[in-house]
Design a protein around this ligand. Sequence first.
Ligand code: SF4
Length: 348
Amino acid sequence: MESIYNLSEDDFKLYLNNLGEKPFRAKQLIEWIYRHKITSFDEITNMKKDFIEKLKSDFVIDSLECVKLQESSDGTKKFLFRLHDGNLIESVLMVNEYGYSVCVTSEVGCNMGCAFCASGLKKKIRNLETSEIVLQIFMVERLANIKVTNIVIMGIGEPFDNYDNVIRFLRIVNNPLGFEIGARHITVSTCGLVPKIYEYSDFDLQVNLAISLHAPNDEIRNELMPINKTYNISTLIEAIKYYIEKTNRRVTIEYILLKGINDSMACANELCDLLHGLNVYVNLIPYNEVIEKPFKRSNQSDMRIFFDVLKKRRINVQLRKEQGSDIDAACGQLRSKQMKKEGLWGEK
Ligand code: SF4
């Protein structure tokens, strides 16, 4: 049976229309589901009994099982959830000065194969349903007893590889009767699926875009991120320019600093040349080492020098504050540990 959390307001309207019900019921249903957080359709008090029975026969109000919750001394919480088919996904709650930010997963595994990434250790098994992305927010709010204010789609998976479900998720969390999270408080991060960046630029919600760049030239990026062999840096920069032109929004450039790979002064200068004149904000990220990967975190001093070069050359930049470093901080690490424990690691 279909999860009720799969439906956007437009989907509800279509469903109601097919039943000959009034469209205003869509708003009422959204309020019951997201404001009153009903766990049974029987809790709905302002609709006819036979319509409630119809809802019961068509949809399920489902949930995610929380398998593990790790809490860091800085307040970061990492959740491991089990889906209805047994697959495992992660979500992370971060406490910031501006509120509560959740990083959600968009796919079970990932096919992008970035060389440094724990999430990509296992190939993609399937896309997440919209409901399974929505439920991560729902569950985090319930388990941590907070109201989420910001969302980043930067967890396991490449969101643009599950484009339609992610777009429906954005509409649901942005709905003023639902989670009511402003588009400007939501960021989708891609490793660089260029055609989808163009499509996303024309999307009617003003949601933010982050690009996982991680290298200043094709030579290094080809080694780190296989996607670069399909869409190289200049193609990617053209798409970023298009997004900026269409949306008038600043793009975040994610750059993980890897010791001896992409953290030299020459790399910093090359990155400045590449980004010169673009409305971007560079997020320099200390690498969370992964046991299965050979990469090392850059030295503190090298990270500082890299940061200073960008700053001096007037690139908007921050050296990301570490969050959750005393728990399994790398994205995908908690999932891989649990899969090993359950004997699922050897399977495809
Ligand atoms: S960094 Fe992102 S896109 Fe690359 S393998 Fe990991 S999850 Fe996939």
